[in-house]
Design a protein around this ligand. Structure first.
Ligand SMILES: [Zn+2]
Length: 379
């Protein structure tokens, strides 16, 4: 590996033509000092001189070393080499030929040279040539930091407590109201998830206020959600029906969305069409339509994956509805932007579920299983 600074070569060439005397004087540049700074992982070699030094820095393996050739230099009387440290195991010096002084830095690991610079400090006439000898440990650390950073890019989870405000959802009169249970659960889940710095968590409503279905989806989009979890509780005409279930968007729902889009696409053929539906934002031309469909299908696949992870996690803590993995055309599941599921925690109309839904311990333990499932999903 040859380290060569092209910029400097160009400068040297120009100067050689017009101002040789000033830049590389026939007089030898005087090197007053070579010193090290930094630590075991990265050593900066600094060479002080009274003039620009024409130099060449090369790195070699077997044995591992960095060779610095300095042209037309001499050393000051009190000059001494710094002590070997960190990756630098030893320093050798030789007059390579009449004009070339060669300094060899012997290393105890493969050579990495970075940041070769020539500096003129703001005051005085000293010129400084510096470069870094970087340990592999540091390079590996930098690389793995980058990898970790990618791996740990924070995931955004939007939790959607259903209903709220004027819309109470289902209820078991005077005992439980869906809108309250789901908000309580969403808050617990947010608290649990917040312990993990890799997650950003948002609720579509923080209190007992009414939020429209489309606003819930738009909110999640605006936050660039990686996962959308809508929380609900169910009711049944049969008091025996009980258990948790998880919904993803049904084929029918998926087809309906596709149909809507197809209708919009077709409308493009109509001159002066005044269609101004939401989906125009998603499907401006046929290739967008295909992309939209692909994203919708891809996200549905991810939604199904998460739904199945979630049911397998929570089943140790509560009873599940028969065929707990279900699909329906819920409006909040119809985004192409992110995977989404709708969880029915249980039935307010069933005594066993009702007791659970009102129990802080039960909500906590189910929330923990949600966290496990989310961790597993993003792993
Ligand atoms: Zn509901």
């Amino acid at each position: 590996m040859m380290i060569f600074n092209k910029k400097k070569i160009i400068i040297f060439t120009i100067c050689a033509l017009f101002a040789t005397e000033n830049v590389f004087s026939s007089e030898r540049s005087l090197i007053s000092k070579i010193r090290f700074s930094g630590n075991n992982e990265s050593i900066r070699v600094i060479i002080d001189s009274n003039n620009l030094i024409k130099h060449e820095i090369s790195a070699f393996n077997n044995p591992s070393r960095i060779v610095v050739d300095l042209y037309n230099v001499k050393f000051s009387e009190d000059f001494s080499f710094p002590k070997a440290t960190g990756v630098v195991e030893g320093i050798r010096y030789a007059e390579f030929n009449a004009n070339t002084s060669r300094i060899v830095f012997d290393l105890n690991e493969s050579p990495n040279v970075k940041n070769v610079k020539v500096l003129k400090p703001s005051s005085g006439s000293i010129r400084r040539l510096s470069f870094d000898i970087v340990s592999n440990k540091k390079i590996t650390a930098i690389k793995s930091k980058k990898v970790n950073k990618n791996y740990k890019l924070r995931k955004t989870i939007v939790i959607d407590p259903g209903h709220g405000g004027k819309d109470p959802g289902t209820s078991y009169p005077k005992v439980v109201s869906e809108k309250d249970i789901v908000l309580r659960f969403a808050r617990i889940l947010k608290k649990h998830l917040s312990r993990n710095n890799n997650y950003r968590i948002f609720l579509t409503r923080e209190d007992d206020s009414f939020v429209s279905l489309s606003d819930r989806v738009s909110f999640a989009k605006s936050k660039n959600a990686d996962l959308f979890i809508s929380i609900h509780a169910d009711a049944s005409s049969s008091s025996n029906t009980k258990g948790l279930s998880v919904y993803t968007l049904s084929d029918k729902g998926l087809d309906k969305e596709a149909e809507k889009l197809a209708a919009i696409e077709n409308s493009y053929a109509m001159v002066g069409s005044s269609y101004s539906g939401n989906y125009l934002r998603n499907a401006r031309n046929p290739s967008d339509f295909v992309k939209y469909q692909r994203k919708l299908i891809d996200n549905r696949f991810k939604s199904t994956k998460f739904a199945s992870t979630l049911t397998s996690r929570v089943k140790s803590k509560t009873s599940l509805l028969n065929n707990p993995l279900r699909s329906a055309g819920f409006a909040v599941l119809k985004s192409d932007e992110f995977p989404s599921v709708l969880v029915e925690l249980g039935f307010v109309t069933n005594e066993y579920d009702r007791k659970n839904l009102r129990s802080g311990n039960w909500l906590q333990s189910i929330s923990s299983q949600f966290v496990n499932a989310i961790n597993e999903y993003f792993k």
